[in-house]
Design a protein around this ligand. Structure first.
Ligand code: SF4
Length: 511
């Protein structure tokens, strides 16, 4: 993989042939994915979908000693207001002197659409430099400057000569992609092109051989653990605990990192992703350019996937024996602790929504707890999830999978049809499930533990508590009117998904 010479990264529809319009059973999805026929599905009606600029900001706004310039009309990036407190607080947990989230909007208006927004962008960069003296200025590009043809890179190249801060352009215009996860590539692209480089080598003065050996040993055991904002602070603690148990030294980035960390990261022995949807673009480029290997096979959610994650990492360092002892102790304690919850949760049903890798790993844990996963909604689908679907214990011919970013009308129909005992999903979709009277467990929260062994315990504990008394959501449903006609619930939830192109391709491949 080598896209770094390009100013902008490809979108996921092109690079991974990813799909965000599918409805059917898991076995059909897997079959289509393996044949390469998912990429051509679409909807004839779209209700809402995510914007990659907002997901990009969720990652970029955490980077310390940085000013974010959102080059857009005032509305884009407004979501920053809701994360400012958390971002600032969590930055300070890494460094008590961190300044927290600082962001500027270029406030493009109707006149700028005619005359161009380049002047405002230049002014914003100079203002950021003069006012805040940051290490880095990240410029996030939105739909409007892309449509009116602002020469973002040209302007920034020019203004870079006048400022000390390193300028990082990130091209993440929302209209370019229907796969929100393209944001991960846009962010990593900006970081790879501007922040990751080998520092000038400073020869270390080594007192004696022993010191040199110690230094080499430390480097050979250092790993970069990649967190693109889907790992909470407590998840970080749990994963660091497990890796340190193997004797590894852990550095976490890109979230809450300092810009200099991206140069320091090149001394690591291994890059560890927690999810291919997040990190494949970054680790593949680092491997190609700096020859640092990576682990990316699974996400450490649930017992089986956390075990696998640890085994893959341990195998790289030849620490298989240590890993097996760790897994044995942790699994024994966890399984014992989960027993009382299993009795209460057994026989319940769940509908899950979120990133497809997270959803599938959660499904595996729920099945272990005795909860039957009757439906899953992934924001999109690509080949990275095939292995997880294959290993799902549930009946793949019966379990529904809906590839959809947003599209709450499909979700509402599915909830009415499947009538799950619990809905597990992200903010946004959760509110609609709650309005249907279904209890909701968030699939992520900046202060929830979801990953590792302690995360599995927390999921079970919270689920158990939630399902003890479900009257709150039932009362919400009784007192609310949903926006859909009754007729919609009688329709096929996937009525507006158009498979014709994909089916034609499938037929062509079969002949
Ligand atoms: S889709 Fe475009 S206009 Fe809308 S928030 Fe995203 S970048 Fe801004």
């Amino acid at each position: 993989m080598d896209y770094i010479k390009e100013k902008t990264p490809p979108v996921r529809e092109d690079r991974l042939k990813a799909c965000n319009s599918f409805g059917g059973c898991c076995s059909k999805l897997l079959d289509k994915s393996k044949k390469g026929c998912l990429n051509n599905t679409k909807r004839t009606f779209y209700q809402t979908q995510g914007c990659q600029l907002n997901l990009s900001l969720a990652i970029l706004s955490t980077i310390r000693d940085t000013v974010i310039i959102v080059h857009s009309p005032i509305g884009c990036g407004g979501g920053n207001n809701s994360v400012a407190g958390v971002t600032t607080g969590f930055q300070k947990l890494r460094d008590k002197n961190a300044k927290g989230l600082i962001w500027i909007n270029t406030n493009l208006d109707e006149a700028d659409v005619i005359t161009g927004g380049e002047k405002k962008l230049k002014e914003a960069v100079l203002y950021a430099e003069k006012e805040f003296r940051p290490e880095t200025i990240v410029v996030v590009n939105s739909c409007v400057p892309a449509l009116i043809g602002d020469d973002i890179d040209g302007i920034l190249e020019e203004v870079q000569k006048q400022v000390a801060a390193k300028i990082v352009p990130v091209h993440c215009e929302g209209f370019k992609t229907k796969i929100m996860a393209s944001a991960y590539d846009s962010v990593y692209h900006g970081i790879l092109r501007n922040l990751v480089y080998k520092k000038e080598k400073i020869e270390k003065i080594v007192e004696d051989d022993l010191e040199e050996i110690k230094e080499k040993y430390k480097i050979s055991r250092t790993v970069n653990l990649l967190n693109v904002s889907s790992m909470s602070k407590i998840d970080e603690h749990e994963l660091v605990r497990l890796l340190e148990n193997l004797g590894l030294k852990v550095r976490i980035l890109p979230c809450y990192a300092h810009p200099e960390d991206f140069q320091d990261m090149l001394d690591a022995a291994l890059n560890i992703g927690i999810c291919a949807t997040h990190d494949d673009y970054f680790v593949e480029h680092i491997k190609a350019k700096y020859d640092i290997p990576f682990i990316l096979k699974t996400i450490p959610i649930g017992i089986r996937n956390t075990n696998k994650w640890i085994r893959d990492i341990a195998e790289f360092f030849g620490l298989e024996k240590e890993a097996e002892s760790l897994i044995e102790v942790e699994n024994r304690a966890l399984k014992e602790a989960l027993e009382p919850f299993k009795k209460n949760l057994s026989g319940k049903t769940a509908l899950l929504t979120g990133g497809e890798i997270r959803v599938l790993a959660t499904a595996e844990l729920l099945e272990y707890l005795g909860v039957s996963v009757i439906g899953m909604r992934g924001y999109h689908y690509d080949h990275f999830a095939d292995e997880l679907i294959e290993s799902l214990p549930s009946d793949k011919d019966k379990t529904i999978f809906n590839a959809a970013t947003g599209q709450p009308f499909e979700q509402s129909n599915l909830i009415e049809r499947l009538k799950p005992d619990v809905y597990i999903g992200h903010t946004g979709g959760n509110v609609w499930a709650a309005k249907h009277g279904v209890p909701v467990l968030p699939i992520f929260g900046p202060s929830y533990n979801y990953m590792g062994y302690s995360g599995s315990f927390e999921i079970a504990r919270r689920l158990n508590r939630l399902l003890k008394n479900t009257i709150f959501n039932k009362n919400i449903a009784k007192n609310l009117k949903l926006p859909y006609f009754e007729e919609w619930y009688k329709q096929d939830p996937f009525l507006y998904i158009d498979n014709s192109e994909s089916e034609a391709l499938e037929k062509e491949l079969a002949t």
